[in-house]
Ligand binder design. Sequence first.
Ligand code: SF4
Length: 511
Amino acid sequence: MKKKKILIVNCYIDEFRIPVQRKTKFPQSMTSAFLAGIFSPDRCDIRLYDEVFSGPLEDEQLLSFPDMLVLTGLNSAFDRMLHITAYARTKNKDVIVVAGGPIIRVLHHYSTHFFDYCCTGDIEQMAEVIEDAFDNTYVSENFLEKGWTIPRYDLAYWMTTVGYVESSRNCCYSCDFCSLTGEKTKYEEYPIEYLKEQFIALGKRKKDIIFLDNNFGGTNRQFLLDRFELLGELKERGYLKRWCAITTNDFFLEDENLELARQSGCANLFSGVESFDKTALINFKKYHNVRIPQVEVIQKCLDAGISFYYGLIFDASTRPIAEFKEELDFIVNNPEIPLPCFLTLAIPLLGTPSFYQCLNENRFLPHIKLRDLDGTTLALKPLDPMNETIRFIKEIQNLSGYRRKIFHHSLKFFNRYKNRLSWYPMAVAMLNAPLICAPKLTTARSEFVRYFQKGYKKHTRSFVGSTEPLDAVYSPAFRVDSRYEHYFNPTMLTDAHGNLSEKLYMDLYQN
Ligand code: SF4
């Protein structure tokens, strides 16, 4: 029998606003590989495409391939979902288009104008879609039997250096800016057997493992201990050498956790510090980060031989630049803590409490596109004058004014922790300097090569959503059917007055 042809795309629109392949941007998304595991491998011919790793999907042959196109991606990637739908429908008018992910959940009504299936549930909903569009013989037998999906690691071509597994989903906290809070999700633990099966499917090829959990520490101590035990056992059997996970501050309250984590192979932990300013944390409703001083947490982790990653958020609409500069000075002058691995502008993600607060307080700038919610583009009215804010946003893209201090910080940090951290966690910690000083060159090899080639042109930006020109991907790469030309118009979030765009009223209007 003829197999159904399935194309699953992780859609992405780059914050650098150029078509670029981010081959060394971590962690990578594995949603498409998890989704692929729900399709029957015997009855479906499945292909995956990751726009982060491979750049914008414009391959006409691949776009002509699917009977079913499955799209996933972050909030800012919604317009890419539309572009790819237009391409695929131009090539095959009968293609079934399925879209899912946080942005489809929050813009469900609006999405139904464009896609055949708009999934509001978790990835397991894919099985219902397959059954409805084809029949349940196209669903993987393993999924039907156990109710969980084993990712198709064999198709995840972007997974070149590290492997990925997941042991839980969602989080037990409710930070104001987090999409999980907006979606009112509940923290869920997976059966330990499921985690084990993921490792077995991954095989012994990948020695460095990244957990995709939103909060690895979770709330159930026994579940945490069970996972440490399993990881220790898998390490002995050669399924992993090192692992890394995202966890919340409360993980560090129990001294034993760090020791057990290290023994089972933990090399790096990421925790959402967001800010060293207590008031900023309280404004984010990130109360768990103020229970113990963050610097203490970081030192504890590093002294236990585990590298500590974190990012910083700057909300230009509630905090003055001077305050954020003080915070940066505090970090670069303190070798007890590592440098952050990213700095981002606050993103008022659709449907979150912070999104509604910005809307109610009329803090959005006019003519903001959904695409502008990428962390490098100003979408909110700043407290400081606009020209100063733009200058500062430009500066934090590569910390041009801090480079000397960053260099000295790295040397001092190395000396402080050289006897505590082994080479791998130390190397990971030292990578933060190039990551924040030259993010484009560190995460996109092609840009690195281009940089040293003659004719490399700097891409100029305004950094303000209202005035940023559209990315090249908004011009169709080939002729699309006139019925889908409007799919290339940007989805507007705000109107000329900074109010919610009328098209999104049904999904986002709140009294
Ligand atoms: S702790 Fe992290 S994952 Fe949990 S709600 Fe806050 S931001 Fe989201």
